[in-house]
Write a protein that binds this ligand. Sequence first.
Ligand code: WTA
Length: 648
Amino acid sequence: MSDKVYDVPAAWAHKAYVDDAKYKAMYEASVKDPNAFWAEHGKRIDWFHPFTKVKNTSYDPGHVSIKWFEDGITNVAYNCVDRHLAERGDQVAIIWEGDDPSESKKITYRELSAEVNKFANVLRNRGVEKGDRVTIYLPMIPEAAYAMLACARLGAVHSVVFGGFSPDSLSGRVADCASKCIITADEGLRGGRKVPLKANVDAAINLLPPDSVDHVVVVRRTGAAVDMTPGRDVYYDEAAALVTDECPAEHMNAEDPLFILYTSGSTGKPKGVLHTTGGYLVYASMTHQYVFDYHPGEIYWCTADVGWVTGHSYILYGPLANGATTLMFEGVPNYPSVSRFWEVIDKHQVNIFYTAPTAIRSLMQAGEEPVKKTSRSSLRLLGSVGEPINPEAWEWYHRVVGDNRCPIVDTWWQTETGGILITPLPGAIKLKPGSATLPFFGVVPEVVDAEGKVLSGACEGNLVIADSWPGQMRTVYGDHERFEQTYFSTYPGKYFTGDGCRRDADGYYWITGRVDDVINVSGHRMGTAEVESALVAHPKVSEAAVVGFPHDIKGQGIYAYVTLMAGEEPTEALRKELVAWVRKEIGPIASPDLIQFAPGLPKTRSGKIMRRILRKIAEDQFESLGDTSTLADPGVVDDLISNRQNKR
Ligand code: WTA
């Protein structure tokens, strides 16, 4: 942990929306009287019928219910597109930068409006109506934004699935929310490599019962020939040629669902996190404006993929609700060279840049020259998200990328929270490298010990949030009990984040990482249970236990202990086969970094795997294994230690 403090630059304190005094006053007001505070800020979006009720939320065990602005009527696509047309119809809404640096495109708000309306009509012609679920499996192309906004316009609930997930993962997500329509592309393009998206969709549909999916809409990206099933599949451009660019925006209740996004938890299959309309948009747009201190006319770039929540809230919904110019990048940080990010910043004169620590750490390895040879003089603010940022990476980001001039907002939040909860406001809050600093308006963090006792002052424990905010998820799609169980049963009456955290004497929060069986690999959430069930599905594997281990670039790597079926040989070839198997079952992001063949796993006498021990071994902390005397066979530990796999 670093103790260095970076003061708010004077220019920032003067020009930003919020300075220190204003932050304190607004924060105070927001937690003292949330109804009054959010009644005021709820007006930042347009309502067809204004709300009269503001907050109606309960964290009571057995009765968890979250409603915001519940009698208001609005439409998210209307707010992200239509309402800007009068004032900024000709302003660029989306700058699209292709995988290949020679390809880019600018889409104005007026053009965006036409595209979203057309896409909505294409879906409507395929029977998509308010409340229907639509799965979106697209690369980072403008059509991903059009498709999401088209769903919002119709009141359909989108479920975006990251293009790196396998057919198996995709089919599970289609089945869980019973979506009858999938939007995809012929192929994706990343770092010069093609991703067979349409073929993956076909394979996913083959895993489902017949007639599960009625329509597949295929956007042409590379123009590759793909199989098209007559009656079910249609090319988007052909369907769009037949429709008008006018489609009315459905009137949506504030609490009508906007989207489902699947995310990994500590147990079972990924959960469908459900977000609704009014509160989500108010919160996404307000955090986007204040955290990034976004001023009209600025160019804003978030490097996430729309397949993750960061892409939903901070590429699409927050920025567009604010009438911003948002940059959408199809490629990767190291293609065609490790200067790509910085070249794109110069090319499009980006003012605000928001990325993940894993990208910073990997670019750091290439040294300063690939950064320094670019200008980056347009940059004003830097942001970080997805995992704890180590102080070394923070300092490099600040000094090398930001030329010691740009504040860094280290934003802590989750798929479940809809928007940023703990973060500096760049004109108000002094920075400490590695700390997400202080709560956003309306957010009440608490640190609790294992028994749930609320700790005060400087302390370390688990992070909970004591009261609701408008962007909070409302339920797990189709399983409200799981929602209550996962988030509200560990510490009854509070939202449990799953993160550990330290609070220092200045009240600053330092997120220390997950305390449950979720690991964070390159900023991507992965449930260890998911990787385990993929491994044991292999015919040669009898048992598997998966833990995270510290990884220089990825933050955490995936360490798998595998027990083979009797008679199977633990060979190097089998190791490779298992890695390939997991990639096929879940997707490349779940590839184990290290596999250790273990004749036995450490278990209690009742047969429970003691993951604490496996974690310590993976972390090379052999001295602090703790009490191993309760193991059924303490001898397995010595074997595990002597066969510890080394980082490659
Ligand atoms: C981690 C991504 C430290 C954390 C928006 C959280 C962070 C999980 C930070 C959510 C940060 C995210 N500092 N840790 N600034 N941001 N995390 O759902 O463990 O993909 O619980 O949402 O990422 O990941 P998710």
